[in-house]
Design a protein around this ligand. Structure first.
Ligand SMILES: N[C@@H](CCC(=O)N[C@@H](CS)C(=O)NCC(=O)O)C(=O)O
Length: 216
């Protein structure tokens, strides 16, 4: 029997983890397919033509169709399977609003900071300080939003949680953020997401592919 979904990904990619989390928590039939980002596989013109012209993971393949952008994939999965999606117009608007905030500011800055902090040999201190301040700002916004809530949209987990939580299980030495110490509402919420049936840590969920090596 062929596996229904193939997720092109790499263990160190929190953006890929967002989609893997949905697939596993929804109990779907899927397998990770490793991509060699460190070796530049995603920069190969053939790979771009066949897999993703944007040169990124995650890519989700189903029935020969290859989809990219975790927010778009999560939306498609929620609509296709009728789980973890928004209920009603207001939640639909909130979902898109948070997915955009996540891609631009929350994951956007957190992942960029991690790349500079852990993967670049000699990050410029000003660049690191700039991106750290932006990341702290995004973390504070989400921490405040979560303080009175169990999940991002209220009482039940949705694709908004899967999107925002994508990078938050990588170890402190990789991210440079001790979330448990500094962001208590985020820490409690990521624990609630980790308690969902199907959750696994990123490197276990996607034991494939190659990322740029860590500095340490
Ligand atoms: N907004 C995109 C971001 C995807 C992204 O940045 N992927 C990274 C890995 S986490 C990547 O493929 N980087 C390789 C590159 O851009 O060269 C999404 O959510 O899918």
């Amino acid at each position: 029997m062929t596996v229904r979904y193939q997720l092109y990904c790499v263990g160190g990619s929190g953006n890929s983890f967002k989609v893997a989390l949905f697939l596993n928590c929804a109990g779907l039939d899927w397998e990770p397919v490793g991509v060699d980002l460190a070796g530049g596989q995603n920069r190969d013109p053939g790979w771009r033509a066949a897999t993703n012209a944007m040169g990124e993971v995650p890519v989700l393949e189903v029935d020969g169709r290859r989809m990219s952008q975790s927010g778009a994939i999560l939306t498609w999965l929620a609509e296709t399977h009728g789980v973890f999606g928004p209920a009603g117009d207001e939640e639909k608007f909130e979902t898109l609003r948070w997915l955009l905030f996540d891609n631009h500011k929350f994951t956007g800055h957190f992942a960029a900071h991690r790349a500079l902090y852990a993967k670049t040999l000699d990050p410029h201190p000003a660049a690191l300080a700039y991106i750290r301040e932006k990341t702290e700002s995004a973390l504070s916004i989400v921490d405040k939003h979560l303080a009175p809530r169990r999940f991002m949209l209220g009482d039940r987990p949705t694709i908004v949680d899967f999107s925002l939580v994508g990078y938050l299980y990588y170890p402190t030495e990789e991210t440079g953020f001790d979330l448990a110490a500094a962001y208590p509402a985020i820490d409690a919420w990521r624990g609630r997401v980790a308690a969902l049936p199907g959750w696994k840590p990123p490197y276990e969920m996607m034991p494939v592919g190659k990322s740029m090596p860590m500095r340490f």
